[in-house]
Design a protein around this ligand. Structure first.
Ligand SMILES: [Zn+2]
Length: 281
């Protein structure tokens, strides 16, 4: 399995790329603007070009862009929904300009309107964005932990979302192991994992599985708690991750760490833990 981490853009997109190479990542993920703000500093054309040129000198794949945290494309609040669609479009445009392979976003939460209406709003947002922004980047729905009124915490709902998209070949799923576990999918045992991906094939189709977020979970199975933990230190533990990184077909899907980061040492340690699980030959 190709492995990487979510990296900071404090030194620009190129800085994140350099850090990925320095840490020995095979791929990486980044934001393309302030993750906790709505405003976006304009980006010079040359920044995109420099990133694409620099990347061509490396073997990095995939480059993943993650949408910032504030947008909620499932919201029934018109102003918030409008802002969310605009930001989704802008960040997705930036991802395409950078030549990113994947763009990951959380489908969001409703505030009490029906699940069906929330799903329809997300699908409308995605259809609009895919019509407006074209390019190489595949847009991925990330499974959520299912806290409160979060949508897309189940395989069935992710499959439902994909069937509402007008351009299914331009979308896919990012499967976050921590969110899945918190939502009640047993990623800790071999039998559990086998059942989960059997369900994935049944309700979504494994051809839509494009990326993993590899995070252990502080919360227990089905807790709904979205708290990431270092690989092996949480409730999932090494058995589940070992099953995944050694699986004949699933290990061809790349994995990105979003585990706690005090410094580079944390990412290096989690990468080493995963690599040590990969059985040679
Ligand atoms: Zn994630």
């Amino acid at each position: 399995m190709r492995l990487g981490a979510h990296l900071s853009i404090k030194n620009g997109f190129e800085g994140a790329l350099s850090k990925a190479v320095e840490l020995g990542c095979e791929g990486f993920q980044m934001f393309v603007g302030n993750p906790r703000g709505w405003t976006r500093k304009p980006i010079e054309e040359s920044e995109y070009h420099k990133f694409i040129e620099k990347r061509a000198e490396t073997d990095i794949w995939p480059v993943v862009v993650h949408l910032s945290y504030l947008p909620n494309p499932a919201s029934e609040d018109e102003e918030l929904y409008h802002k969310s669609v605009l930001t989704l479009a802008e960040d997705f445009r930036r991802a395409n300009r950078l030549g990113a392979d994947f763009f990951v976003f959380h489908p969001g939460k409703s505030k009490g309107s029906s699940m069906d209406m929330a799903m329809e709003r997300v699908a409308d947002a995605v259809n609009l964005v895919l019509e407006e922004v074209t390019g190489p980047t595949v847009l991925l729905f990330e499974n959520q932990a299912g806290a409160g009124t979060e949508i897309a915490a189940t395989l069935e709902s992710l499959g439902d979302l994909i069937r509402r998209v007008k351009y299914p070949e331009r979308v896919g799923v990012c499967w976050d192991t921590c969110h899945a576990f918190a939502a009640g999918y047993d990623m800790a045992t071999e039998e559990g994992c086998t059942a989960v991906f059997g369900g994935f094939e049944k309700y979504i189709g494994l051809e839509y599985l494009k990326l993993f977020h590899l995070n252990d979970s502080m919360g227990k199975l089905g807790s709904g708690l979205d708290r990431h933990q270092h690989i092996g230190d949480g409730e999932i533990g090494l058995t589940g991750f070992s099953w995944l990184v050694n699986h004949a077909t699933l290990s061809r899907v790349p994995g990105i760490l979003e585990t706690p980061q005090k410094d580079d040492g944390d990412d290096l340690r989690n990468l080493a833990t995963l690599r040590a699980l990969i059985k040679k030959g």
